[in-house]
Design a protein around this ligand. Structure first.
Ligand code: FMN
Length: 375
C-alpha cells in the first residue's frame, strides 16, 4: 500500500468524518460483504460505501447475466451496464459484517447504504440499526435506475423532490447527528432540484451520480438486447469511463448551486486524473465502483500518488485547498462570446497604438479605437 494513502498528506475532514484519503469505494460489488470491504481497506481506500441494503423482508432476486460492456474500436472497455439489484443478503448478516469491518478498520470510514419503501418506520429502523452496527454515516439510495423503481423505490424516489426531502428528514431524525448523504440519480433534467430537496431535508451532503439508464447493445443476429436473460432484457445502469463527463457536469452544477454542501463525486473514475477532476469540480470525496471491479482494488495506489503529486505541483497545502478550484472558470456561453469580443477590442487598441500598424485596416476604425468615450 502506498504510504500517501494513510500518512495524512491526503487526509480530509468531511461532515466531521476524518478520511485518511478521499478515495471511497462506491456502493456495489466491491463492497458487497465484509471480505471484499476488508480487501478494499487493505489496499488503502479511505472509505467504503457498502452495497445497498434493505430490511430482510424486502424481496430481492437477482438475474444473470446482469452485466454488459461497451468496448472502443481498439478494444478498451469504456462503458459498463448492470441490471443488478441491491444486496440480497439478510440485513442481520450485514449488521454482523458492519461490526466486523469497523472493529478491524477503526481508522477508515464505513458508510452504510440504504433503500426502502416509502414508510417512515422502515427508513428509521434501518438507519438506527446500521449506525448501531458501526456505520459512520449513511448514504440514501434514491437512485438505482432499474428493478426497484418499478415498485416506487430507488430512482423513482430520487426523481420526486418532495419524497427526497421527506425521506431525508426521516433518516436525519433517526441518525442522531451522524452524517447523511443522499445519492442522486442522473436520470433527471436538473440534478440541482433533488440536491436542494436533500439539503432542505437536513442531509449533510450528496453523492453524485448513480448510473445512467441505458441499454448497452443489441445482438444483431438474434435482435435481442443485452444483457439477455432468457431472451429478454431491461434498461439498466450505465457506468465507467464514458459517464465521467456527465458526472463532472452534474457535480459542478450542484457545487455551484450549493456552496459548502459536501459532495461525494462518482462516475467513471479510473485514474488519478479523473479523481482530481472531480475534486476541482467541488467534490471533497471521490467514489469509484466499476473501476475496482475492472481494475482491482490496487488502483487506489495510482490515485493516491497522482493526487499527492498534483497537490505538490500546484502548492496546495492540503487537499481541502484544491476542492472546487476549477468552478470559477465556468460561465455562460453568452459571457464567453463577450469575453472574445472584449479580447478583439483590446487587440485593436493595442495595434492602433503602434504607428507602423496604422492604415493596414479601416483607418477610421483604427482612429475610433483610440477614442476614450464612445458616442
Ligand atoms: C454492478 C453494479 C452494482 C451497483 N450497485 C449499486 C448499489 O447497490 N447501490 C448504489 O447506490 N449504487 C450501485 N451502483 C452504482 C455505483 O455505486 C456508481 O454510482 C456508478 O456505477 C457510477 O460510478 P462508477 O463509474 O465508478 O461505477 C452499482 C454499480 C454497478 C456497476
Amino acid at each position: 500500500m502506498s504510504s500517501v494513502l494513510t500518512n495524512g498528506s491526503l487526509a480530509i475532514v468531511v461532515d466531521g468524518m476524518k478520511f485518511p484519503n478521499p478515495f471511497v469505494i462506491g456502493s456495489g460489488p466491491p463492497s458487497t460483504n465484509a471480505t471484499v470491504i476488508g480487501k478494499a481497506f487493505a489496499a488503502g481506500w479511505g472509505g467504503v460505501v457498502a452495497k445497498t441494503t434493505s430490511l430482510s423482508d424486502l424481496p430481492v432476486v437477482n438475474v444473470q447475466p446482469r452485466y454488459g460492456k461497451l468496448n472502443s474500436p481498439s478494444g478498451d472497455t469504456i462503458g459498463f451496464q448492470n441490471i443488478e439489484l441491491i444486496s440480497d443478503r439478510p440485513f442481520e448478516d450485514w449488521e454482523t459484517d458492519f461490526r466486523k469491518v469497523k472493529e478491524a478498520w477503526p481508522d477508515r470510514i464505513l458508510i452504510g447504504s440504504v433503500m426502502e419503501k416509502f414508510e417512515k418506520a422502515r427508513w428509521q429502523e434501518i438507519t438506527e440499526r446500521s449506525l448501531a452496527a458501526g456505520c459512520d454515516a449513511l448514504e440514501l439510495n434514491f437512485s438505482c435506475p432499474h428493478g426497484h423503481p418499478e415498485t416506487g423505490m430507488g430512482a423513482a424516489m430520487g426523481q420526486n423532490p418532495a419524497m427526497v426531502e421527506e425521506v431525508t428528514r426521516w433518516v436525519v431524525e433517526a441518525a442522531g447527528g451522524r452524517p447523511v448523504w443522499a445519492k442522486m440519480t442522473p436520470n433527471i433534467t436538473d440534478i440541482r432540484i433533488p440536491a436542494r430537496a436533500a439539503k432542505k431535508g437536513g442531509a449533510s451532503g450528496v453523492a453524485a451520480i448513480n448510473t445512467i439508464l441505458s441499454t448497452i447493445g443489441i445482438n444483431l443476429k438474434t435482435l435481442r438486447p443485452t444483457p439477455t436473460v432468457d431472451g429478454h432484457s431491461t434498461f439498466g445502469g450505465y457506468s465507467y469511463r464514458s459517464v465521467k463527463p456527465i458526472a463532472l457536469r452534474m457535480v459542478g452544477e450542484i457545487a455551484m448551486d450549493q456552496p459548502g454542501f459536501s459532495i461525494s463525486g462518482i462516475g467513471g473514475v479510473t485514474s488519478a486524473v479523473d479523481a482530481i477532476e472531480f475534486i476541482l469540480m467541488g467534490a471533497n470525496t471521490v467514489q469509484s465502483c466499476t473501476g475496482p471491479m475492472l481494475q482491482g482494488f490496487d488502483m487506489v495506489t495510482e490515485l493516491g500518488e497522482g493526487l499527492a503529486a498534483f497537490l505538490e505541483q500546484h502548492s496546495f497545502g492540503n487537499l481541502q485547498a484544491a476542492v472546487g478550484q476549477s468552478l470559477p472558470y465556468f460561465t455562460t456561453h453568452h459571457h464567453l462570446v463577450e469575453l472574445l469580443a472584449e479580447k478583439k477590442r483590446a487587440k485593436e487598441v493595442e495595434l492602433a497604438n503602434r504607428d507602423t500598424e496604422w492604415g493596414k485596416k479601416d483607418f477610421v476604425a483604427e482612429a475610433g479605437a483610440l477614442v476614450s468615450s464612445k458616442d
